[in-house]
Design a binder for this molecule. Structure first.
Ligand code: NAI
Length: 328
């Protein structure tokens, strides 16, 4: 059997952690031939709860699970880690401004970036799930100068999957018949789900994009505000679907995207589509050889351009705030 892959999950005692860990241990993330060793990082107050989850992981007797460690120390939790899922984050509290939120999260993602830089394996891949995910990834990357920036990513796969389902419902086809969707920009209400290059049942999605009222008044806001709709209905934020998206993101990053299709991920811009270099921005991406590649050469019409620009402007504003706070 191959050597286990070390997977660190922060915020392991939270609701996404609970939906995520068992699927990683079952092989859903890295495939049926790859054993995993889990490291659960939590704050001291939540270590006991994480230990309870570790007991349950034990009780599943997963053949691929090579071990579980619970830590409250980032240096130990990231020691030799190959895949780091940064889920734990500081939620927005009452009266908290955006700057306060970014500052509070800088206090988490800066030190975690440093610990990854100092202790992780040479091939470490990082997925930031904790919000504000794009800018938290930017902060973590800025504190890990020895790790290539392209190894820090932010999760927009949940938005991508939400968009796939909305299109499938509208077109009356299975989700598997919808391809080449893209989420652009920030994982926030300004994100832009782009249908202009999509295919439905092998044909261009032109019939859907021609319905501009549906596109701008229903599709785009439904995808962008889905998180709030889930909170409204469930009384808690998306957890199983977020965990599923994290599994999909890492699975495709490591094992590749299907031929002829692409997905969406927040990756460090190298200037593609006019997005300023260094921002962690969602793009249409493919993966091969364990690396994300931004899909190049897509024509962006005025409808899409305005929305992409608005979301990128928000990312720039977040970056400027964290710069002013000295967090990057
Ligand atoms: P939760 O509140 O249930 O769990 C968060 C956990 O993180 C808690 O157990 C807490 O103790 C832990 N934590 C806090 N600071 C930590 C630190 N410094 N180190 C390690 N652990 C720490 O939250 P939930 O529902 O699991 O969500 C986690 C994050 O994921 C939130 O920021 C949420 O907004 C975000 N999210 C992102 C999505 C995306 O698509 N990118 C989708 C859904 C949620």
């Amino acid at each position: 059997m191959t050597a286990p892959v070390n997977v660190t999950v922060t915020g392991a005692a939270g609701q996404i952690g609970y939906a995520l860990l068992f699927r990683i241990a079952s092989g859903a993330m890295l495939g049926p031939d790859t054993p995993v060793r889990l490291r659960l990082l939590e704050i001291p107050q939540a270590v006991k709860a994480a230990e309870g989850t570790a007991m349950e992981l034990d009780d599943c007797a997963f053949p691929l699970l090579a071990g579980v460690d619970v830590e409250d120390d980032a240096a130990r939790a990231f020691d030799g880690t190959n895949v780091a899922l940064l889920v734990g984050a500081r939620p927005r509290g009452p009266g908290m401004e955006r700057g306060d939120l970014l500052e509070a999260n800088g206090g988490i993602f800066g030190p975690q970036g440093r610990a990854i830089n100092a202790h992780a394996a040479g091939d470490v891949r990082v997925l930031v799930v904790g919000n504000p995910a794009n800018t938290n990834a930017l902060i973590a990357a800025a504190h890990a100068p020895d790790v290539p920036a392209e190894r820090f990513t932010a999760m927009t796969r949940l938005d991508h999957n939400r968009a796939l389902s909305q299109v499938a419902h509208k077109a009356g086809v299975p989700v598997s018949e919808v391809r080449r969707l893209a989420i652009w920009g920030n994982h926030s209400a300004t994100q832009y789900p782009d249908l202009f290059h999509a295919e439905v049942a092998g044909a261009p999605a032109g019939v859907l994009t021609a319905d501009t009222a549906w596109l701008s008044d229903e599709f785009v806001p439904t995808v962008a505000k889905r998180g709030a709709a889930i909170i409204d209905a469930r009384g808690a934020s998306s957890a199983a679907s977020a965990a599923n998206a994290a599994i999909d993101h890492v699975h495709d990053w490591v094992l590749g995207t299907p031929e002829g299709d692409w997905t969406s991920a927040g990756v460090v811009s190298t200037g593609e589509y006019g997005v300023p270099e260094g921002l962690v921005c969602s793009f249409p991406v493919t993966s091969s050889d364990g690396r994300w590649h931004v899909v190049e050469g897509l024509e962006i019409d005025d409808f899409s351009r305005a929305r992409i620009d608005a979301s990128v402007a928000e990312l720039e504003a977040e970056r400027d705030t964290v710069r002013e706070l000295g967090l990057v």
